[in-house]
Write a protein that binds this ligand. Structure first.
Ligand SMILES: Cc1cc2nc3c(=O)[nH]c(=O)nc-3n(C[C@H](O)[C@H](O)[C@H](O)COP(=O)(O)O)c2cc1C
Length: 204
């Protein structure tokens, strides 16, 4: 089954044929479902211990790399860490030389994605942000919680072990770590934070 069919089969409740043909079984209610899904997503900062299976993560990642991106350069790289020991290594490396363990900035998410941008492309940060949002929204639709995280980037960049962490993640030459997104099964259901409509105006 192609990646596209795999995603369609999950999001539309079946209908993807295995003979290289995608059958779209989505009906008009799907458009409402997308809006509801967007409005249902919240940053999750408390997770159950259960990890997210790699097959589920692959759907989320497939949605991520299908995000719109400048000139289809796909100017991102993603590393997925779902091994608790690897995550522990990163947390303790980040905390070296500090009074506190800063690993809590990952908010206990059992699967962490590290996203790097290509600084030679001026729109790369937007590409990475859109990839992150696609991943978070698809996660919501699969019952997986998520959290977008900027603070680990600062801790890693300030760490004397920065190079160890980056060589473990193994991004291509020139790529710069810019964002983390954590995933896991939610152990909380936070309310939506207020949004400021005055930031948005129709211009006549
Ligand atoms: C670029 C970016 C960086 C963020 N960094 C952090 C972070 O370091 N720690 C954290 O707990 N939340 C972080 N967040 C989550 C925001 O706090 C959250 O999205 C915002 O408060 C709105 O809440 P909501 O996602 O539940 O709608 C970040 C979000 C974005 C988009």
């Amino acid at each position: 089954m192609s990646g596209l069919c795999m995603v369609a089969a999950v999001s539309c409740g079946g209908g993807a044929a295995d003979n290289n043909e995608c059958v779209n079984t989505c009906d008009a209610s799907s458009s409402k479902a997308v809006v509801e899904n967007i409005m249902a997503r919240r940053s999750i900062r408390k997770y159950k211990q259960q990890t997210v299976a790699r097959d589920t993560m692959k759907i989320i990642l497939e949605c991520g790399i299908n995000a719109p991106n400048g000139q289809n350069k796909q100017s991102w790289e993603v590393r997925v860490v779902d091994n608790p020991e690897t995550m522990e290594f990163i947390k303790s490396a980040m905390s070296e030389g500090r009074d506190v363990n800063v690993g809590s900035c990952f908010r206990g998410a059992p699967v962490m994605t590290f996203i790097a941008r290509d600084p030679s492309y001026d729109f790369s940060a937007y590409d990475c942000g859109l990839l992150a949002e696609n991943m978070m929204l698809s996660a919501t639709s699969l019952g997986v919680g998520s959290i977008c995280l900027g603070s680990p980037i600062r801790f890693i960049n300030d760490s004397p072990k920065k190079n160890d962490i980056l060589s473990l993640l193994g991004f291509s030459e020139g790529y710069e770590l810019c964002l983390c997104v954590g995933f896991g099964y939610p152990d909380e259901a936070p309310d939506a934070k207020p949004r400021d409509w005055s930031k948005v105006k129709f211009v006549d």
